[in-house]
Design a binder for this molecule. Sequence first.
Ligand SMILES: NC(=O)C1=CN([C@@H]2O[C@H](COP(=O)(O)OP(=O)(O)OC[C@H]3O[C@@H](n4cnc5c(N)ncnc54)[C@H](OP(=O)(O)O)[C@@H]3O)[C@@H](O)[C@H]2O)C=CC1
Ligand SMILES: CC(=O)C(=O)O
Ligand SMILES: [Mg+2]
Length: 579
Amino acid sequence: MSFPFILSRKPHIPLIVSPHRTSTSLAAQRVKMPVTKTQVLTPYWSNGVQKLKVAPSPPPKPAYGLTPPALDDSLHVVRCMRQLRSKDKPIEKYIYLTQLKATEPALFYKLCLDNMSEITPLIYTPTVGDACLQFSHIYRRPEGLYISINDKGRIGKVLRNWPKIDEARISVVTDGSRILGLGDLGVNGMPIAIGKLSLYVAGAGIRPESTVPICLDLGTNNKEFLQDPLYLGLRHERVSAEVAQEFMDEFMYEMSQVFPKLLVQFEDFSTDKAFAYLSAFRDKYPVFNDDIQGTGAVVLSGFLNAAKLSSAASGRPLSDHKILFLGAGSAGVGVAMQLTSFFKMQGLSEEEARRRIYLVDSQGLIFNARGPLAEHKRVFSRDDYQGPPMTNLVDILNYVKPTALLGLSTIKGAFNQQVIETMSALNPRPIIFPLSNPVRLSECEFHEAVEWSNGRVIFASGSPFPEQTYAGRTLYPGQGNNMYIFPGLGLGAIISRASSVTDRMVEAASLGLANSLTKDERSADLVYPRIERIREISAEIARSVVRAAQKDGVDRSLDLRAMSDEALLHFIGERMWKP
Ligand SMILES: NC(=O)C1=CN([C@@H]2O[C@H](COP(=O)(O)OP(=O)(O)OC[C@H]3O[C@@H](n4cnc5c(N)ncnc54)[C@H](OP(=O)(O)O)[C@@H]3O)[C@@H](O)[C@H]2O)C=CC1
Ligand SMILES: CC(=O)C(=O)O
Ligand SMILES: [Mg+2]
């Protein structure tokens, strides 16, 4: 196990072997491990046996005279923040941070942890959207693995070129076919995998060297990119669904052979592939789809808190909520599936739960009599509406009378003044979550929702918005983004060495997040905790996920079963890498 599972009395103190010793230390003799030069040995447990592992050496300090005399580490963090803030454009800041991560990863992550709310939008949404669009132009140096359709038949060989195979624990894999709401970006999707993995490190303390960003190049249908001489991917259209599926079969099999301890996060595959690959692989390998399951979990969590606020104002029972989705793709349907568990928690059957949910796609309200539907939409198709196609959102709102309106449509401005005023007329505290990314595709902005609802909205968006003052009160937008879920879900799956990621683990992550609000956060009407607490939250989520893995019998770190909840939380906190 690469996480240094230390069970000694002083678990945080590793054994340091003298820099001058070239013989074998006492500790090392026990496991017949020759030790040379400066090495840190960390005890860990594997299959009930205590072993020692050599921790990766920290990068050597430059020799005396190669740095200025008054260079002080703590002040250098301040210096870097000043350099960052001196840049005007977010994309310039992104490039600066990318460079810093490549040369001084510990400093980069220290900056992230100390300035979470300022840096997250730069390394993740919205700026990562621009980084993807411009990737072939701003590319500087390798970071991550590229596997292309030309590698079919020898994917294992390419994977073995990864320099840190033994360390690998988590991979974010995309084929670039639906990057945020920006469409098919081909190999330019790589920054999304890199950005998500930076959040694994910053948010959950996964070691940087345990992360493996992967971009699969199966062609692109992006005409602009295909004509761009600087485009970094294969210059042909996407291969057929059948060829892509065969490629994925080989890819996932080889991943399991080369990286036996790896958890895979599927990211930003277009909707048809997202559902197909999740169902093809989830029972065979430890894998989850962030857009379907991670988004489902984060929205369930925010909705649990939002529904309580809304019901407190309306007096409506929780089971009486009705949710309307604009957008029925991987994210919309993923969230709808997860939200059925909200209603089941209130005592409704599966069928009754589904009936509280309405979906709208580009053709309007989804109902049976409309005609043939894609498979993923069928489960929420209405059989109680027989009229003509209903395409106007305000008409649909007046027909459904929802308590909550969720946007996963990529349609900027779809929640216009009339839509928000209609929601506000139907509900004393309307729940409005424009969840599309990046900011420029958000269904509405926070200041609009506040203004048009007269400050009554309960709001969460996919990308961040600034707080607003209304009638002398400060109102805070929630960020309903899977970034709150995947770091803790991944950490829990890795620590428990889960052989698969079960529905119970995903739901446990969601409930762990919903329950992590502090008293202060609740009294400010927040539906998600403040991002500055991400590590604490990820630890709690991870603990819930480990317990769920144990209940489902998919855990392989069997020694964690006997730990009390308190000890498990402490254990998880101790495992987190700290810059
Ligand atoms: N906040 C978060 O954590 C997350 C946010 N997202 C965001 O969700 C968005 C959608 O992602 P995903 O589901 O994978 O994408 P898809 O492209 O699969 O889904 C988009 C959906 O919106 C529908 N749509 C498009 N135009 C309209 C319109 N004019 N009116 C009504 N519906 C319309 C589409 O209809 P049709 O089916 O008819 O084509 C489709 O159902 C993206 O912006 C993504 O960034 C995704 C994951 C996480
Ligand atoms: C957040 C995310 O995963 C998306 O927008 O696709
Ligand atoms: Mg995504």
